[in-house]
Design a protein around this ligand. Structure first.
Ligand code: FAD
Length: 320
């Protein structure tokens, strides 16, 4: 069976969920070979094996933490040479997209970004994308070189699929470019304790209808009752009620959670572009004619200041 390289996104050995989702998709098109780099790389092996990695190629070096993405691209190129995979899968994070683009250029390969699903095709892996503000679903295949494919978080379920997960040291010699851009400092963002917006399984978003920064507490309370991330429409962000890092949409982040709850959001095409692939969509809006209702699985016509707190209370009560 053809092997498929999966780039492992991890923090000191703790594997992030999008990588486990990639393993689910990788198993549809071949045998996953995970590539884990940097401090804690070997610690990722057990969880990767539980989720289907037949092999785990590891390499630890200070360069991965000290410089921008090029050392990681060097390592993936080395893994590509060692394995000759049928495809290289990378999570669609800001870093992942840069790694994938550079790798595809190095390999002279075609790249498909932001796939939401993968299928085994007769002539190679087929990537499913949601394009033109999610108005179309396309299926495409790389026709030159080894397909490099980035996959959006929450595109697949995390599935247990025990495999050997044999750990092997990867041989990497860094290129001259690897140390071209040094990281001089890191300032961690203040933590809200909520999941990262693009990785969250549930997102609760507020729009202009929230009507003020302080009223976002209502949205946050619902999010916290569900263990969700908080999103915002551009109207809410432009008004200064919520940070731009939380904006969902064409000029914000693209999310694809299991559940998306939009409150006081009309459903403009540019907002839909960032959330339309969510598995279940719920909207609360006082205008029964709001376009968001064309999109939803469940819609509540009502004032969000009535509906959302009741929902939060009910969820908290049921949680006990
Ligand atoms: P509105 O459209 O004003 O809708 C507010 C809604 O709240 C209304 O439907 C109203 O009925 C409802 N409401 C009001 N009060 C209540 C209440 N008490 N209870 C319940 N419902 C209530 N937008 C994005 O979101 N993300 C983007 O990334 C983005 N990128 C853009 C890029 C470009 C190039 C352009 C031109 C626009 C972009 N926009 C983006 C803006 C987009 O066109 C809309 O203007 C924006 O999404 C509207 O935000 P909203 O739905 O919060 O506000």
């Amino acid at each position: 069976m053809a092997e498929v390289l999966v780039y492992v996104d991890h923090a000191d050995g703790a594997v992030r969920k999008p990588t486990l989702e990639l393993l689910t998709l990788a198993r549809r098109i071949g045998e996953p070979v995970a590539v884990a780099l940097g401090a804690g790389a070997a610690d990722t092996a057990a969880v990767l094996a539980e989720h289907g990695a037949a092999r785990v190629l590891t390499h630890e070096a200070a360069e991965y933490a000290d410089y921008l993405v090029v050392p990681k691209v060097d390592a993936l190129q080395a893994a590509h040479e060692a394995v000759s995979p049928a495809a290289v899968l990378v999570p669609s994070s800001a870093e992942g997209r840069e790694i994938a683009a550079r790798l595809a250029l190095r390999l002279g390969s075609g790249i498909i970004t932001d796939a939401v699903d993968l299928e085994a095709g007769e002539e190679g892996p087929v990537a499913v994308q949601s394009v033109f503000a999610a108005a179309y679903t396309t299926r495409s295949r790389v026709s030159r070189g080894t397909p490099v494919i980035t996959v959006k978080p929450n595109s697949a379920a995390v599935e247990a699929a025990p495999a050997a997960g044999a750990v092997e040291a990867l041989n990497v010699s860094f290129s001259e470019k690897a140390t071209g851009t040094k990281i001089t400092g890191r300032t961690p963002r203040e933590s809200t304790g909520r999941p990262e917006l693009t990785e969250a399984a549930i997102v609760v978003s507020g729009g202009r209808g929230v009507n003020g920064a302080e009223n976002f507490a209502v949205i946050e309370a619902l999010a916290d009752s569900l263990g969700a991330a908080v999103g915002a429409s551009r109207a809410a962000v432009d008004a200064g009620w919520y940070p731009h890092t939380n904006q969902v949409g064409q000029t914000g982040k693209s999310v694809s959670p299991q559940l998306y709850i939009a409150s006081g959001i009309s459903g403009a095409i540019q907002h839909r572009a960032g959330m339309q692939t969510s598995k279940t969509i719920v909207a609360v809006n006082k205008d029964a004619e709001a376009p968001i209702f064309d999109l939803v699985d469940y819609g509540v016509v009502g004032d969000l200041f009535d509906v959302v707190p009741q929902l939060t209370e009910e969820i908290n009560t049921r949680k006990g």
